[in-house]
Design a protein around this ligand. Sequence first.
Ligand code: 6PG
Length: 239
Amino acid sequence: MQTKIFNTKEELNRSFTEYLKEILKARERVTVALSGGSTPKSLFDYWADNHRNDIDWNRIFLFWGDERCVPPTDEQSNYNMTKNHLLDYVPIPERNIFRIKGENDPAAEAERYSTLLQMEVEVVNGVPSFDLVILGLGDDGHTASIFPQEMELWKSTQLCVVATHPDSGQKRVSLSGKVINRAQRVAFLVTGAAKAEKVKEIIESRKEVKDIYPAAKVKPVSGNLMWFLDKEAGELLGN
Ligand code: 6PG
């Protein structure tokens, strides 16, 4: 595991972009599972403003680590957020975009997306292996849409699972731990002081967090796990 802490979001975004470019040097066709929520907006805006032309978007194939079960036009939709901050601004072909269809029946969509992953993502030892999975971290230690109240979903034998937000009851479709930990690379993208405590607990494994926080169960078999933090999110590390 490698942890990088940045003074500003701009510096974080620049470093993350270099990280992506390194992957593009190594692979012709790069499959990326995006995180949702609000954190990625800054990175997506940065790419939209600065990297329309010097990233070969034609070779990037976008998927989602999770999606809310709402229509793609809903302001809660991770796809809608990504469209508004990235997809509408960079020349990525429509055929390279594989959204989770939040408008569908959740169980049917989990099934559909699981099948799609097996067709569109390179299968390694029987499991679709993304070149990169980007993850966020919830204040409660969730990641993707695997919540602490549903830890059993992490170790599902399914590739995609139906989760339920513990507060709102909103249904979500999420990658399971099986897919996340078989990615070639996993990168947490975490900013803001609200995440600092969980970041510390998880990175420093200060207490038995692996049994209570889904994010603490992210241990890619490849060993390639990176944490991209701004200084607020990383402020409690090391002390
Ligand atoms: C989602 C995300 C989720 C998110 C964390 C952090 O659909 O909400 O995929 O895992 O990454 O909840 O969310 P913020 O970036 O909004 O803090």
